[in-house]
Design a protein around this ligand. Structure first.
Ligand code: SAM
Length: 372
């Protein structure tokens, strides 16, 4: 094979990956879909995208090069480095005009090709969805009240929240968010972050009780420090610019985080959890929480995580109860899957599937069944 044909076949493979990523955006982000389709065409022609993606051609499976490209381009826009392109990006007040998107992208791609190549090679796609605070909040109310009932207490437990795979930690302040229901507002009505949880049904709990969170901590293999501009841009760049509701939610969650900082520690989940769970607090419900993390965790870490939790569960008492609360996709029939909220409580021996919802936490249907 000649050098030229090798380059062509690599370009073709990347173009296919970009086209597949574009199909994944269909009906959800016409802007990203068009950018990726145009970039796929550019890769086939050996245009500037080929230079930008140099070094990322042999990415491992799941590294989604197209989404990293789209994120890096979005970041240029957010930084004010792509003024012609910005007029297409609703995240900075623009309005997409798809037929002229690529010609307006080209000057920025040419000018910042080296910067883009460097960033795309270094980055992993990473998000943090504050909408998941809504099922978390409802699940915590249920957990705090069920644990109290099982322990023969009148008053719900205070909660210590431990999040594995916390990303930027945006779901570590569920009690400081406002949740707007038809007839009432739960949480903190004065919050900078107001969510419309779009609930069908209600959590099986007394919603008039306030959630009391007395401790919070989080870890991530790749934590994002949202107290820095770099961290905020990193998370923002991977939200599709024409999904304005999601964009606004993230912006408000970042603003809220600035008023109430919580550091996310750099660590793999099991080691960190073992250290956290070694410390026991009396009269507090310790809740281990993770959302949309499990699919990324290695088999070895999964096994170790289960063992760490089983060990802590065996030590839990009526005065020092433990909960596992997760919001994760679970396979249903065939290839279909849905996002389910699952709760286990020790020593109460309670194990519930609390309901299911959209991947970003809203909408959500409360529908309690046993968790087998
Ligand atoms: C899709 S994000 C979800 C982030 C957050 N939980 C949320 O719901 O917005 C998955 C996160 O899990 C983290 N992660 C993956 N494997 C991990 C592990 N073994 N230990 C800790 N964090 C992990 C990733 O770095 C990433 O930030």
């Amino acid at each position: 094979m000649t050098r030229g044909s090798a380059a062509t076949s690599v370009g073709t493979v990347l173009a296919e990956l970009f086209a597949a990523a574009a199909r994944g955006c269909r009906d959800r982000s016409p802007l990203t879909q068009r950018l990726l389709d145009d970039a796929a065409g550019d890769l086939r022609r050996g245009g500037v995208t080929t230079r930008i993606m140099a070094g990322s051609e042999r990415d491992r499976e799941g590294a989604v090069p197209g989404l990293r490209f789209a994120g890096a381009v979005h970041r240029l826009v957010l930084e004010g480095r792509a003024p012609d392109l910005a007029k297409h990006y609703p995240s900075v007040g623009g309005q997409p005009h798809l037929p002229t998107l690529w010609e307006d992208a080209l000057p920025a791609l040419e000018q910042h090709a080296d910067l883009l190549r460097h960033r795309i090679a270094a980055a992993v796609v990473q998000t943090n969805e504050p909408g998941r605070s809504a099922p978390l909040y409802g699940g915590l109310l249920v957990a705090a009240q069920e644990a109290a009932k099982a322990a023969g207490r009148q008053v719900p437990f205070c909660v210590r929240l431990l999040e594995v795979g916390a990303s930027g930690g945006l779901n570590l302040r569920p009690h400081h968010v406002a949740y707007r229901l038809d007839d009432t507002v739960l949480g903190d009505p004065d919050s900078l972050l107001v969510l419309d949880p779009e609930w069908t049904g209600r959590p099986p709990a007394d919603l008039t009780h306030r959630l009391r969170v007395v401790g919070r901590a989080g870890c991530d293999l790749n934590p994002v420090d949202v107290s820095t501009e770099d961290g905020r841009l990193h998370l923002s760049s991977f939200v599709w610019a024409d999904q304005l509701a999601r964009w606004n939610r993230l912006r408000d969650a970042l603003d809220l985080a600035a008023t109430d900082p919580v550091r996310v520690e750099r660590s793999a989940g099991p080691e960190w959890l073992a250290r956290q769970l070694a410390r026991v607090e009396r009269d507090v419900l310790t809740v281990v929480w993770h959302s949309v993390v499990w699919q990324y965790v290695s088999p070895a870490d999964r096994a170790m995580g289960r063992a760490v939790l089983a060990d802590a569960a065996a030590r839990a008492t009526a005065k020092t109860p433990l909960a596992l609360l997760v919001f994760e996709p679970r396979r249903t029939d065939g290839d279909d899957y849905r996002f389910e909220l699952l709760l286990k409580l020790w020593p109460a021996g309670i194990s519930l599937n609390l309901g299911h919802g959209g991947g970003h936490g809203t909408p959500f249907t409360w529908d309690v069944t046993p968790w087998e």
